[in-house]
Design a protein around this ligand. Structure first.
Ligand code: Q7Y
Ligand code: ZN
Length: 673
């Protein structure tokens, strides 16, 4: 199952024909540099190339009015003067004799992508298109957009394939108001958008882009806006919003298909967005969405005006769609105060619609939105005094490191008689173990019995870890006789001998390795039924769920609200996922967990399971090689006592782990960029 790439040079064949400082950034080179970068990096060759087609009138009419379509149809025949005139009735957009043709191809490209994914020809894909779509409305072009490519694709997917739920994630830096208007009262399409807002001072300056616009009538709760009220948002701000808003809600919604309004003006260097998230963040945003909807994800280009940043971001996205492990996340620090305020606002506005947000913190009595008015007043004063025109600084950032996928994706250490799943490699000790290590193993772990069988398993594990650390093998899975002992052995070796940072995630009620240290070489998160004793060390996090991991909603809450942000902030070089015997966890949740953790440590995840769990080998290996698990189905509310204990744990830990924050710290503290 591959990745589709949809592109046609024809969409570079229109441009601005007159002087307009607003529109001059929307240039044909946006597509050529993106496509060239994919070709030069060898990514284009690895994709399934799908031809574009023209969207038909019927396709376009799924979203737009007949009058509007007829008007746009005439633009190829207008004189330059008449084109200018025609353009004037809309905002921040330009027409060209060939733009109608390109707009039909752009929408058609999105539909070709939906068809390729829905028919199973490919798993996922990306369409590189111009003009973008998310600002165009039923009867209006707007913000460089003529037809609403993604909105049309969502309606088309629902109609042609009978889908019940479509998720649209708009990570462009502008609010896709056209998409919002198309689905405002429709609960079958969940629209999420973050956007530069600055308390309504930033284009398109709409009241309805704010966090409290949640959708209408039956669609209430199915429109999620996260307004950025400051520029300079960074990777941590984006990850915090994914962890604490988008992902929990998206999993509760349980889409049949994910569409991404993939604009890259939200990346560093963009003259419109003025944000500071680096191109590698899109590897993570993509990865985090790839386990929804059975992996059916269609990314359609929207904005992105810094050609360097745009091309790098497109490559990061396509790399991830192809299944290559994401690079270690860069620049992870505390989300800024303004981002946390936005997060807080959006969560509280949606708490009555989503059970995963049911216990989100309320807003303080003074409504934060009144800031909008206050700021507007301040601005007027400023203008009067002539305090404006601060020159923008040129952003510089390092090129994302080359992403080299190890030769072996997944290696398995299995007892004789257990078959190795397709696409994986059985791993055994090729040479004799270094006698020093063998002695140490004997001394530390096998004092009681002279167990040569155990010694050989442990030494094989050590050899596997060494190859993972050297990036010769990406991920691993081992069936062992004693998971606790194997865990201790691996942690000690990886953290001490190889001086790595190991994130240990234990699921189930067994004993967790005891040598927890305060030096930060390992971080242990233990999810079990056991009520934890008071824990002081920030590197040991006991998570208690009443029904353990068998209760899906509570587990997901822990996964997104705690584990994911902890993992990103800790930034391990190796993830050790330990399944204790009798964890009671169903395969699909286990696969989600395995998939999610692979966004960390460059995909270096080693899974340890007890020998008796042979039946778990195939589903686990499937996740490790990058397959998306089947959907979990719409979720019900987690147990209130679980939510309460998770929330109190989160609150306690947030002083040590800043990515756990869901509200801004009291004024006076917290660093702002
Ligand atoms: C549309 C766009 C689509 C602020 C000027 C505001 C707005 C231009 C429309 C942008 N410096 N300009 O990028 S993704
Ligand atoms: Zn944009």
């Amino acid at each position: 199952m591959g990745t589709a790439l949809i592109y046609d040079e024809e969409m570079t064949k229109y441009k601005l024909l007159w002087v307009d400082p607003v529109c001059k950034i929307e240039v044909p080179e946006r597509l050529t540099v993106s496509h060239d970068a994919l070709v030069r990096s060898g990514l284009a060759d690895r994709c399934v190339s799908i031809p574009v087609r023209e969207a038909t009138d019927a396709d376009i009419l799924l979203v737009h009015s007949e009058e509007y379509l007829e008007a746009v149809k005439k633009t190829p025949y207008l004189t330059l003067e008449d084109l200018k005139e025609f353009t004037l009735q809309y905002g921040d957009v330009y027409f060209h004799p060939n733009i109608y043709h390109c707009a039909k191809l752009a929408a058609g490209a999105a539909l070709q992508l939906v068809d390729s994914v829905m028919t199973g020809k490919v798993r996922n894909g990306m369409a590189l298109v111009r003009p973008p779509g998310h600002h165009s409305m039923r009867s209006a072009a707007n913000g460089f957009c003529v037809f609403n490519n993604v909105a049309i694709a969502a309606k088309y997917a629902k109609q042609k394939y009978g889908l019940q739920r479509v998720l649209i994630v708009d990570w462009d830096i502008h609010h896709g108001q056209g998409v919002q208007y198309s689905f405002e009262d429709d609960p079958s399409v969940l629209y999420f958008s973050w956007h530069r807002y600055e308390h309504q001072k930033f284009w398109p300056q709409l009241r309805e882009s704010d966090y409290d616009c949640v959708g209408k009538e039956k669609g209430a709760g199915f429109n999620i806006n996260v307004p950025w009220n400051k520029v300079g948002m960074q990777n941590s701000d984006y990850l915090a919003v994914f962890s604490h808003v988008l992902l929990p809600v998206a999993y509760e919604f349980c889409p049949d298909l994910v569409l991404v309004c993939a604009g890259f003006d939200s990346a560093i260097g963009d003259p419109e967005g003025e944000m500071c998230a680096t191109p590698d963040i899109f590897a993570h945003l993509t990865h985090l969405l790839m386990n929804l909807a059975g992996g059916k994800l269609c990314a359609v280009l929207e904005g992105g005006y810094n050609l360097t940043s745009l091309a790098q971001s497109v490559c990061q996205t396509v790399h991830t769609l192809l299944g290559d492990p994401a690079p270690r996340p860069s620049n992870i620090n505390s989300p800024c105060k303004s981002a946390l305020e936005s997060l807080h606002c959006t969560r509280s506005a949606h708490k009555k619609y989503w059970s995963c947000l049911k216990y989100a913190a309320d807003l303080p009595d003074f409504e934060l939105s009144t800031k909008r008015i206050k700021l507007a007043e301040e601005e007027e004063e400023k203008l009067e005094k002539g305090e404006e025109a601060i020159t923008k600084k040129e952003e510089v950032w390092p090129e994302p490191p080359k992403r080299v996928a190890p030769l072996v994706r997944t290696a398995l250490v299995l007892p004789d008689g257990v078959a190795c799943p397709d696409g994986c490699k059985r791993f055994s000790l090729s040479e004799n173990l270094n006698p020093l290590i063998a002695n140490k193993l004997r001394e530390n772990f096998l004092k009681a019995a002279d167990d040569s069988d155990a010694l050989s398993t442990l030494s094989t594990l050590i050899a596997l870890v060494e190859k993972m650390v050297k990036n010769e093998i990406c991920s691993g899975l081992a069936l062992v006789r004693d998971v606790s002992m194997a865990t201790m052995c691996v942690v000690q070796h990886a953290a001490t001998a190889l001086s790595n940072r190991v994130l240990v995630v234990c699921v189930g009620d067994g004993t967790v390795p005891s040598q927890i240290t305060e030096d930060g070489k390992s971080l242990v998160v233990h999810i079990s039924r056991k009520e934890p004793e008071e824990q002081k060390c920030k590197y040991y996090v006991p998570v208690c769920l009443k029904k353990g991991s068998s209760e899906v909603s509570g587990f997901l809450q822990a996964m997104f609200g705690l584990l994911l942000p902890l993992g990103y902030e800790y930034d391990p070089s190796l993830v050790l996922l330990v399944r204790m015997p009798d964890s009671g966890m169903c395969d699909s949740v286990w696969q989600q967990l395995t998939g999610l953790l692979q966004g960390l440590a460059q995909g270096h995840t080693l899974v340890l399971m007890q020998e008796s769990e042979k039946a778990r080998v195939d589903p686990t290996a499937s996740s490790l090689v990058g397959n998306a698990p089947p959907s979990l189905g719409p979720l019900h509310a987690p147990l209130p006592e679980d939510v309460e204990s998770l929330e109190s744990l989160r609150r306690r830990l947030q002083t040590d782990w800043k990515l756990l924050q869901t509200t801004a710290p009291e004024s006076g503290r917290g660093d702002d960029h």
